[in-house]
Design a protein around this ligand. Structure first.
Ligand SMILES: [Zn+2]
Length: 312
């Protein structure tokens, strides 16, 4: 009798365990909101995504807080931008979390920039001068074509990590990829009036957006990537901006708008805040609305500041 009870209890526990395992979600720790959003598009009900940063935070610099270490300790998959964007905080988190599944080289370690061609690879690097993008420009999420490539690889990775739900991941990916391509075609068509226009940006955050839409970045408010704007540099920009037509001065939602507004007041060129990532403004609630609202803001600048095409 006693044995029988034990056997029953054993099977009940085993059943409970198996149910839990079957329903267990893949825990995704994303460094930035765009990767949590992409994982959610592709993983749906099978994943639980968490983003270490939000749209109003500078992803170059965040605190390696204990709550983040705890989250990373339990993660099955780490998705970050890579290319040194998180170099100031991710290595500390990885070390303190002590989670073997998400260390470099493991299937649970996914750096998006590893799968797309990068721009701005420096010929010569001077870190002492504050240059923070040694591996090339990491801000790939401003180009939806590159995001499409990342989605393709991430789909494979999700299937590898969670093979029992592979068919669901594949279906989500196929649907997403089709919808995403249609959206890219729509955005590209809408953005045609922006082609060839000059812009000034706060940080080199938009080189992939420029590459996609054919915008010309003629200057940045930062004298070097990662070095805050200085009075003398802004003074130089004033004369640069007066010499040629400029559509807009662009800054990301998390950046201090002071320098962009100063130059805007002096030149009459609109200062335009772009969301940069999901959650960067109220409208950018997912990846699709992120690009919708980015194109909207640039076209609005084009309407209030109509430009002749930049000289070829
Ligand atoms: Zn940067």
């Amino acid at each position: 009798m006693k044995t029988k009870t034990l056997v029953i209890v054993f099977f009940m526990l085993a059943g409970l365990f198996m149910t839990t395992a079957a329903n267990a979600k893949l825990r995704v720790f994303a460094c930035e909101p765009e990767w949590a959003a992409l994982a959610t598009e592709l993983g749906g009900k099978h994943i639980k995504a968490f983003s270490a940063t939000h749209g109003k935070q500078d992803p170059h610099y965040i605190q390696a807080r204990p709550s983040l270490i705890a989250k990373l300790r339990n993660a099955d998959l780490l998705i970050c931008t890579g290319a040194d964007l998180e170099i100031g905080w991710l290595p500390v988190l990885l070390r303190k979390a002590g989670n073997a599944r998400i260390q470099p080289g493991q299937p649970g370690y996914f750096m998006a920039t590893a799968f797309v061609p990068l721009l701005d690879k420096p010929q010569q690097l001077d870190r002492s001068a504050g240059d923070i993008h040694a591996a090339g420009n990491p801000h790939i999420q401003t180009d939806p074509r590159r995001l499409a490539t990342v989605a393709k690889v991430l789909n494979q990775r999700l299937q590898q990590l969670d093979p029992k739900n592979a068919a669901d991941y594949q279906q989500s990916y196929t649907e997403f990829a089709e919808k995403w391509q249609q959206a890219i075609d729509k955005w590209t068509a809408r953005a045609q009036p922006l082609k060839g226009k000059n812009i000034i940006t706060h940080h080199k955050s938009w080189v992939y957006l420029e590459d996609w839409l054919g915008l010309h970045e003629i200057a940045t408010l930062e004298p070097k990537p990662g070095i805050p704007p200085t009075a003398s540099h802004l003074g130089q920009l004033l004369s640069v901006a007066k010499q040629q037509p400029v559509l807009a001065i662009i800054y990301a939602a998390y950046q201090n708008p002071k320098s962009a507004r100063w130059l805007s007041e002096k030149t009459g060129i609109p200062a335009v805040e772009l969301p940069f990532t999901v959650g960067g403004n109220k409208q950018a609630t997912d990846l699709f609305s992120l690009y919708d609202t980015t194109i909207d803001a640039l076209l609005k600048a084009q309407v209030i500041n109509p430009q002749k095409d930049a000289q070829p």
